[in-house]
Design a protein around this ligand. Structure first.
Ligand code: NAP
Ligand code: MG
Length: 499
């Protein structure tokens, strides 16, 4: 191993006479892409086939790490959304709703197994299309995707036990719209429970990350899933709106920003269509003075910097008890200097590319806002690649409750730090946000954890860890972070009529 500093030479402190990080680096270890097969152009996946869009339009999806085009994908218009919904309706009425629950489960098991077999291919494409580090897509996203299909496969023929005394029935056709930060995982969160409960699907992936959803279409074909049970239409916001506005969908499942969530609620007003909305977040990660501080620092890094901060539940607000604030911030800065920003396909990379030029502009605008608001800014000085979209990890200290960087979702590797003295103070500050998706508490005292978790207004709270997921555990927000739950037994309900 030879090392050239990715990070600038670190300041020597009394406690650290020998600095191991300054003058060595890992040799590059890029994941190979030779096994990846991408078409030059993808149509829409409707009724089990890739078809040309009636709109006649296509757009490019690019690799944000080098700005190179990966493929062209179809842009579905209103007529295309209609065709997909019709296919889903026909499959629902003629095939899927007539199949036994155990048979539905078998398809889901088969899909899960094929995803496991093709895990490497899916991880690489996810990192190429979206920019996330291969370590994340390989070790987090894709295993969770398979786990989700396995988990809901198990529920398919046990719905009567899940809801004793009720007769669960599917809703019909679900229109599902997902964002770009976890393209394949969000597809799994949506499709697996819908199919397990007997619904059929039209899915719209995000404009910047359509490829793994289109590869998933290949998996459905290989699993012999009946045509029309899952249809995938690509496009931008207008395509999503065409799906939401279609009169023949029974359910909308949306994950994305709170602004678009509000638009969808308006579009659904007065209609019978059921909905779940998984929206934005501004999680409080709270460190008490009795916490294991080194572990907490790892938790902070995991919560906001990995995955470029492109996480709805990111621990983007850090609250540190005053007595340990200086030492935590010092340790955090030291750790940040060791983070490797660069090629998403390199196995050593901690932080990959920002998903799009638009998102990078937004993050940079927030950094300027934070500096103008008067918070103290710190950013690691690692060398960023010349091409592509990059943001070195950054933090603000001396942030205050009224700052926009504390109140608004930045969706990038930028942390806002505040201090507190008492439990009451930190609870009030942590809950003072329009969002309520997730949170974290770090302390040595179990009683403090229980007190905090019962008073924090957030759907998920991690204790002495952060950003851990399991298909059996429900996920969803309070307040402007959304409506409904996904995952676990609770994730079945939004796809069922429970008479
Ligand atoms: P977004 O702009 O709201 O987009 C989400 C999806 O909606 C995309 O597929 C988008 O298409 C589509 N869309 C845009 N306008 C639409 C409209 N008028 N009608 C219907 N669909 C429309 O969100 P994003 O920027 O992609 O994703 C980041 C946001 O997602 C963050 O706020 C994050 O917190 C949230 N998120 C929440 C969760 C959760 O579980 N709560 C999980 C992940 C992400 P295009 O992208 O093609 O424009
Ligand atoms: Mg892309």
């Amino acid at each position: 191993m030879k090392r050239k500093p990715n990070a600038r030479p670190r300041r020597k402190t009394a406690a650290r006479a020998i600095d191991f990080q300054t003058d060595w680096t890992y040799a590059p270890a890029p994941e190979s892409t030779g096994h990846i097969q991408l078409r030059e152009r993808y149509g829409l996946f409707i009724n089990g086939q890739f078809v040309n869009p009636k709109s006649g339009k296509y757009f490019a999806t690019t690799n944000p790490a080098n700005e190179k085009k990966l493929a062209e994908v179809a842009e579905a218009g209103i007529a295309d959304a209609d065709r997909a919904v019709r296919a889903a309706r026909q499959a629902y009425e003629t095939v899927w709703s007539r199949l036994s629950a155990a048979e539905r489960g078998k398809y889901l098991y088969r899909i899960a197994r094929i995803i496991q077999e093709r895990a490497r291919e899916f991880s690489v494409i996810e990192s190429m299309d979206g920019g996330k580090a291969i370590r994340e897509s390989r070790d987090v996203d894709v295993p969770l995707v398979a786990a989700h299909f396995f988990y809901y496969a198990g529920w398919a023929d046990k719905l009567a036990y899940a809801f004793p005394g009720k007769t669960p029935k599917p809703l019909g056709v679900a229109g599902q719209i997902i964002p770009w930060n976890f393209p394949l995982l969000m597809a799994a969160w949506k499709i697996a429970p819908a199919l397990a409960t007997g619904n059929t699907v039209v899915l719209k992936p995000a404009e910047t990350t359509p490829l793994t959803a289109l590869k998933l279409a290949e998996v459905f074909r290989d699993a012999d899933l009946p045509p029309g049970v899952v249809n995938i239409i690509t496009g931008g916001g207008a395509t999503g709106a065409a799906l939401v506005n279609h009169p023949d969908i029974d359910k909308v499942a949306f994950t994305g920003s709170t602004d678009v969530g509000k638009l969808i609620l308006k579009a659904l007003a007065g209609r019978k269509t059921k909905y779940t909305l998984e929206l934005g977040g501004k999680a409080a990660n709270i460190i008490f003075e009795d916490a294991a501080l080194d572990q907490a620092v790892e938790g902070i890094v995991n919560g906001i910097f990995f995955n470029q901060g492109h996480v709805c539940c990111a621990g983007s607000r850090l609250f540190v008890q005053e007595s340990v604030a200086d030492v935590v911030v010092e340790k955090l800065k030291e750790r940040m200097e060791t983070l490797i920003v660069g090629d998403p396909l390199d196995k050593n990379t901690d932080i990959g590319a920002i998903n799009s030029r638009m998102q990078l502009d937004k993050i940079q605008a927030y950094i300027k806002i934070g500096r103008d608001e008067g918070a103290d800014f710190y950013q690691t000085s690692c060398k960023l690649p010349a091409k592509g979209y990059w943001c070195a990890p950054a933090l603000f200290t001396n942030a205050s409750q009224s700052h926009r960087i504390v109140q608004e979702e930045i969706f990038g590797p930028v942390l806002a730090i505040q201090t507190f003295r008492t439990i009451e103070e930190v609870l009030e500050k942590a809950n003072n946000t329009p969002y309520g998706l997730s949170g974290g508490v770090w302390t040595d005292k179990g009683a403090k954890i229980f007190k905090m978790t019962s008073k924090l207004r957030a759907g998920v709270i991690w204790a002495n860890t952060f950003s851990k997921f399991d298909p059996g555990s429900p996920f969803g927000g309070y307040k402007e972070s959304g409506v409904g739950r996904e995952g676990g037994l609770q994730g079945l309900m939004p796809y069922l009529q429970l008479a």
